[in-house]
Ligand binder design. Structure first.
Ligand code: IMP
Length: 427
C-alpha cells in the first residue's frame, strides 16, 4: 500500500499540475479532493498543453482510475466542457469517476459570488467568481445539491424548488436583482445528469478495494496552504481546505493510510487575488519574474503578484501539512537574476518574528527580513541531475530545505514533464 498526498504549499499556482502529471504514472488511482473549477492545473505532456480545472490531472495516465472526490464542488457545465475537450484531443475519460457525494455548483452560486464581490467593492476578496464560496457555504448549511441527486429526477425537482425559492428571496430582497427560474434550472441539470450519469458512483468502495490490493493512490490537492480557510490569510482565502489533512476527508480515506505528503513550492512566491503577501515585489524584478514565468492566472487570466521566497510562510505551511518531501518548481525562472533574496523573518511593530501571524492586519504590517544569496546566471533548463546544477543553485535549494525543515525531492527546471530532477525518491 502506498498513498501520497500532493498539495500546494504557498498561495496556489505552484505547479501541482506538472508534478501530479509526472507522479500519476506511478499511481493506479488518482483522486482530486478539494476546490472546484477555481483551480487551474496546467499540464504539458505528449498529448499537448491542457488547463484542467476539475478533472484530476491523473487522467493522462493510461492506467489510473481518476476520481473527483466528495470534497470537490463541481460545475457540471464546466466539467462536461473539460471532458469534451479531453476526448477531442484523444484523451480517454472512460476511467473518470465522480463521487456521488460531491456537491454541485449551481447558477445561483455563480451569481451570488459575483454579487457579493461587487457589494464588498474596495474590500473585495478577488475570488475567481466561479461560485466556489457560495457552493461550499451551502454544503455546510445543508442546502447543497450533490452529484448523486442528479440520478433521481423526481427528488431533484423537489429539492431544487425548495432551495431556489430560498435563494430567490436573497437575490431579490438582499441584492435587489431578478429571481431565477427553478424550472429552467431543473431542465438544465437533468440534461447534465443524463450526460454525467455513467461517471457518478459511490467512490469509497473503489478506494477501499484499491487499498486492500495494495495499489498506489495519489491524492491531488488544489490551491495552496495559505488559502486555507483556517490557516490561510483569512478572510482572503478560498472556501475548502487545500491542506494535506483534507486529502483524507475529501477522498474518504483514513489518516492512517497516508504514507507521504509532498508539498509543492515555487522557487519564489506568487499570489492572485487580494490579501497580504509580505514579500511582494512592486519593482522591475517582480515584473521580470511575472513575464519570464508568464505568471497570469490559468482560470481568470489575472496577473499574479510576484515576490521573493517567503520561508516564514513556508515553514508554517510545513507545520500545518506535515510534508515528507518538497517539490520545488520553476527554479529556471531565477536563472537571470544576479542575486536572490529569501525572507527568513518578519519585522512586526519593531519586533523580529519568525512565525506566520494568524491576523491579516498583523501580516499586512509585517516587513520581510531578507537573506541574500548569489544567483547562478546560467540556463539550467536542460539539467537533469542534481549535482550538475550550478553550486549557487544547489546552495539556494539547500538553504530552502533548512528553512522549510524538509528535504527537497523534486526540482522542476521547465514546464515539460522531463524537465525535472528527482533528487531523492518521492514515493
Ligand atoms: P475563490 O476560491 O474563487 O472563492 O477565491 C478566493 C481566493 O482564492 C482568491 O484570492 C482567488 O484568487 C484564490 N484562488 C482560488 N483558486 C485559486 C487557484 O487555483 N490558484 C490561486 N489562487 C486561487
Amino acid at each position: 500500500m502506498s498513498v501520497i498526498v500532493v498539495v500546494g504549499a504557498q498561495w496556489g499556482d505552484e505547479g501541482k499540475g506538472k508534478v501530479v502529471d509526472l507522479l500519476a504514472e506511478r499511481a493506479q488511482v488518482v483522486v482530486r479532493f478539494s476546490g472546484g473549477d477555481n483551480a487551474g492545473h496546467t499540464v504539458i505532456n505528449p498529448y499537448g498543453e491542457f488547463k484542467l480545472h476539475i478533472v484530476p490531472v491523473g487522467i493522462f495516465s493510461p492506467e489510473a482510475t481518476c476520481i473527483i472526490g466528495n470534497g470537490v464542488v463541481i460545475n457540471p457545465s464546466k466539467l462536461i466542457e473539460e471532458i469534451d475537450q479531453l476526448n477531442k484531443c484523444g484523451v480517454s475519460t472512460s476511467r473518470l469517476v465522480i463521487s456521488d457525494r460531491a456537491h454541485l455548483v449551481m447558477p445561483y452560486h455563480l451569481l451570488l459570488d459575483a454579487l457579493e464581490e461587487e457589494r464588498r467593492a474596495g474590500g473585495a476578496l478577488g475570488t475567481t467568481r466561479r461560485g466556489i464560496g457560495p457552493a461550499f457555504a451551502d454544503k455546510v448549511a445543508r442546502l447543497g445539491i450533490r452529484a448523486g441527486e442528479l440520478l433521481d429526477k423526481e427528488a431533484l425537482k423537489e429539492r431544487l424548488h425548495f432551495i431556489v425559492d430560498y435563494k430567490n428571496i436573497i437575490l431579490t430582497k438582499v441584492y435587489r436583482t431578478s429571481p431565477l427560474s427553478p424550472d429552467e434550472m431543473y431542465s438544465q441539470y437533468c440534461r447534465y445528469g443524463e450526460r454525467l450519469a455513467p461517471y457518478i458512483k459511490e467512490t469509497t468502495v473503489i478506494l477501499a478495494e484499491a487499498l486492500s490490493c495494495g495499489q498506489a493512490i495519489l491524492l491531488e490537492g488544489a490551491q495552496g496552504a495559505l488559502l486555507d480557510p483556517d490557516f490561510g490569510t483569512y478572510p482572503y482565502t478560498t472556501s475548502s481546505s487545500p491542506l494535506a489533512g483534507e486529502g483524507c476527508l475529501g477522498a474518504g480515506i483514513g489518516p492512517t493510510r497516508i504514507d507521504s505528503v509532498l508539498g509543492v513550492f515555487k522557487a519564489y512566491c506568487t499570489r492572485v487575488g487580494s490579501g497580504p503577501m509580505p514579500t511582494e515585489l512592486h519593482d522591475e524584478t517582480g515584473n521580470l519574474i511575472r513575464e519570464r514565468a508568464h505568471e497570469y492566472g490559468t482560470t481568470t487570466g489575472r496577473a499574479r503578484r510576484c515576490g521573493w521566497f517567503d520561508a516564514v510562510a513556508a515553514h508554517f505551511s510545513q507545520r500545518v501539512n506535515g510534508f515528507t518531501g518538497v517539490a520545488l518548481t520553476r527554479l529556471d525562472v531565477l536563472d537571470v537574476l544576479p542575486s536572490l533574496k529569501i525572507c527568513v523573518a518578519y519585522k512586526l511593530d519593531g519586533k523580529t518574528i519568525d512565525n506566520f501571524p494568524s491576523s491579516v492586519t498583523a501580516l499586512e504590517r509585517c516587513q520581510p527580513v531578507y537573506e541574500e544569496m548569489d544567483g547562478w546566471l546560467t540556463d539550467i533548463s536542460h539539467i537533469r541531475k542534481y549535482d550538475q546544477l550550478p553550486p549557487q543553485a544547489r546552495k539556494y535549494i539547500e538553504r530552502l530545505e533548512e528553512l522549510i525543515s524538509c528535504p527537497v525531492s523534486l526540482v522542476c527546471v521547465g514546464p515539460e514533464r522531463e524537465q525535472t530532477i528527482e533528487v531523492r525518491p518521492v514515493w
